[in-house]
Design a protein around this ligand. Structure first.
Ligand SMILES: *Cc1c(COP(=O)(O)O)cnc(C)c1O
Length: 424
């Protein structure tokens, strides 16, 4: 559900007018609703208890967002040391953190082990051997899941599918049992979990069902061989509505979980990312100019692909709303909404039916709370986009827009170039 709506003609979240945020912080800026994140979390809790909810930090790693979720009881799913340290800094206990990812370095595994991480999800034989060596050297025991590749097509966008046998993720489900046996003989490891994550923005339950069935089969085989599986990590992927999709019904998902793996007596972990934060966020931008050419009408905004890359990277659709409600009966016209970045791909929408927009007007890109700010870059010398968190009637800046001097300060001039002018 969208927490943003028009109140008295102005787009607002709670009782906060988004235009007030734009006036104070400037644009572009991400705005997240704490109330919406909390409501989404509570739904998972209510429907899936007693499953553990490990929020996928990569969807939105802002510290305030993580602290909010930590306070609600969430654990975390992280895919790098940076995300791991972020989760810890936000107050998520290491024993509630799962480390996923296809290319964990030795340094990352070492840091995770030394902090007492709950579980490391391994995705290949070499990784398991590395982890065993590191754990044994540190005198620690790693709790390990093998992430299987169940070879199911999640039926989502090609570029966010992860569970087909041609995708880089996981251990082929046909080879997982052998790897469990091999790993069970290695020092420093407790092989006690199976993980799966078949893709993102899923709208259909059948791929989940097929993946969970593979897990149940594998669990049965391993238990018969004397390897006890305590935990099943079922991943994330819960779809939301961007345009006209039907969001996955969590209650139906819970039923599938119960039917396919409920009788195995294992603890269940889920790793929602997008579903917790996506609908809770918007990206605000200001119209710089409207350019009419003989064949097109371009609405040029001050946000670019460096701030929100999903439309360019995944052909994703984001609803675009003016912050002032369009007058009744006004004529909508087709326009391309583009950013200022010097790339033709810097285009948020093509031939989109929009109400009249003029330079200076504000717009919101909806459902931008997930895979938005976390993917931002400084391409074209643009500062990283700031972030604001709202709650009830208040809003706070939770990541500032860096000053130009701050990014310049990270760079160094080699001696042989120094002294020839400038001030670095
Ligand atoms: C990205 C990811 C998630 C979260 O996916 P969503 O589609 O955002 O729910 C969960 N688990 C793993 C292993 C991931 O890589």
């Amino acid at each position: 559900m969208r927490p943003f709506g028009y109140i008295d003609g102005y787009l607002a979240v709670g009782s906060v007018r988004l235009a007030d945020i734009a006036a104070e912080v400037g644009t572009p800026v991400y705005v997240y609703s704490a109330d919406a994140i909390e409501a989404a979390y509570r739904e998972f809790e209510a429907v899936l208890a007693p499953a553990r909810i490990c929020y996928a930090v990569k969807a939105n790693g802002n510290l305030a967002v993580l602290r909010l979720l930590a306070g609600l009881g969430a654990g975390a799913d992280v895919v790098s040391e940076g995300e791991f340290r972020r989760a810890l800094a936000a107050g998520i206990a290491p024993d509630k953190i799962v480390f996923s990812g296809v290319g964990k370095t030795n340094a990352e595994m070492e840091a995770a082990l030394q902090s007492g991480i709950c579980q490391i999800n391994c995705e290949s034989a070499p990784e398991i051997h590395n982890l065993s060596r590191i754990a044994a050297r540190l005198g620690l025991t790693a709790s390990v899941a093998i992430r299987i590749n169940p070879d199911v097509d999640a039926g989502t966008l090609d570029r966010i599918s992860t569970g087909r046998k041609t995708d880089k993720f996981g251990v082929a489900w046909t080879e997982a049992a052998a790897l469990f046996h091999e790993a069970a003989r290695l020092p420093g490891l407790t092989m006690e979990a199976i993980a799966v994550h078949i893709g993102s923005q899923l709208g259909d339950l059948e791929p989940y069902r097929r993946a969970f069935r593979r897990i149940a089969e594998l669990t049965g085989i391993l238990q018969a061989d004397g390897i006890t599986i305590r935990r099943l990590d079922l991943g994330g992927g819960f779809g939301i509505r961007y345009r006209d999709e039907t969001p996955l019904a969590l209650a139906d998902y819970a039923k599938v979980v119960e039917e396919e793996v409920g009788s195995l007596g294992c603890e269940i972990v889920v790793e929602p990312g997008r579903r917790l934060v996506g609908p809770a966020g918007v990206l605000l931008a200001r119209v710089v100019a409207v350019k009419e050419t003989p064949v097109r009408r371009f609405v040029i905004v001050d946000a670019g692909m460096n701030d929100l890359v999903r439309p360019m990277m995944y052909d994703a659709w984001h609803d675009i709303l003016p912050l002032d409600v369009p007058p009744v009966g006004v004529e909508y016209r087709l326009a391309d909404v583009v950013g200022p970045v010097c790339e033709s791909t810097d285009k948020f929408a093509e031939e989109r039916l929009l109400p009249p927009l003029n330079s200076g007007d504000l717009v919101a890109f909806c459902e931008a709370g997930a895979y938005g700010a976390v993917m931002a870059s400084t391409y074209n010398g643009r500062p990283l986009v700031p972030e604001v968190l709202t709650q009830g009637g208040r809003f706070d800046l939770v990541r500032a827009r860096p000053a130009f001097t701050e990014s310049l300060a990270l760079e160094r001039m080699p001696d042989w170039l120094a002294g020839s002018g400038g001030d670095v």
